[in-house]
Design a protein around this ligand. Structure first.
Ligand code: ACM
Length: 251
């Protein structure tokens, strides 16, 4: 399965611009499963609930999810992307998974970072697992990485690939993701943004890590880039370290 990410610098509250950028970059890509950053359509640095309201959408049946479904059909690919969601006058920092047959599912960020707590509700959907053909995947969003039990829950429920949209303002996770992948024996597709917005500087360096904790591909800090690599998701089913130790049986 060819998995990839698109690292770019979204324009704050310019959804037209950000969706057009995605359409241009993805067109003709042979990636089968692509991850876009957290809040890829809106940008990150919300200053008021009115700004959040102006950008938030239903998932599914919102403009951005419909747009992603159309691209997924046209390009015959699966896409995970982060966006602000509205549901019953509440707001969530969410990610959506779509594919060639349409909407598959969503995840709502559980661990809200810093001023996200002013505007968004804590995720209330748990850590769902989705099937992409015969591969099990799960989603996390940015700061969730700091809480090891989040990825552990996904891995224990069978996730082979962690789809991880981020807007990282620190650069710990580009290092820590090697340990998260190793301890859970999963692939991680970390799709970060770059650039500056408000008081935030985003750290780029998107990467794909394998179940041995090895970085397969990555990007620089300030570059717009779509990158992908062929992986064998079955490697994530083997939790054995040696003939006596199985990382999940030994817990
Ligand atoms: C973050 O969770 N966006 C740092």
């Amino acid at each position: 399965m060819k998995v990839g990410y698109f690292q770019f610098n979204p324009k704050f509250l310019d959804i037209d611009h950000n969706l057009n950028k995605i359409e241009d970059m993805i067109s003709g890509s042979d990636t089968e499963l692509l991850v876009l950053p957290e809040f890829f359509n809106s940008g990150y640095a919300f200053n008021s609930i009115d700004e959040v309201k102006s950008a938030a959408e239903s998932i599914p049946n919102g403009r951005t999810t419909d747009f992603l479904i159309n691209i997924a059909k046209k390009e015959n690919m699966y896409i995970t992307a982060g966006l602000p969601e509205t549901d019953n006058d509440q707001y969530y920092n969410s990610s959506v998974l779509v594919g060639p047959k349409g909407y598959i599912g969503k995840y709502r960020k559980v661990h809200l970072f810093y001023k996200e707590k002013l505007f968004f509700k804590r995720g209330n959907l748990g850590y769902p697992i989705f099937n992409i053909e015969d591969v099990k995947v799960g989603m996390l969003i940015c700061f969730d990485w700091f809480f090891p039990e989040a990825m552990r829950a996904l891995a224990l429920n069978g996730a082979q690939i962690i789809l991880h949209p981020t807007n990282l303002v620190m650069s710990y996770y580009q290092e820590a993701s090697k340990v998260r992948a190793l301890e859970n024996r999963v692939f991680i597709v970390l799709s970060n943004r770059f650039g500056d917005e408000g008081d935030y500087h985003f750290t780029g360096r998107s990467q794909i890590v394998d179940p041995q904790g090895k970085i397969l591909i990555n990007s620089g800090e300030n570059i717009e880039e779509i990158r992908s690599i062929e992986i064998d998701p079955k490697l994530a089913c083997n939790k054995k370290l040696n003939e006596f130790n199985d990382l999940f049986m030994d817990i």
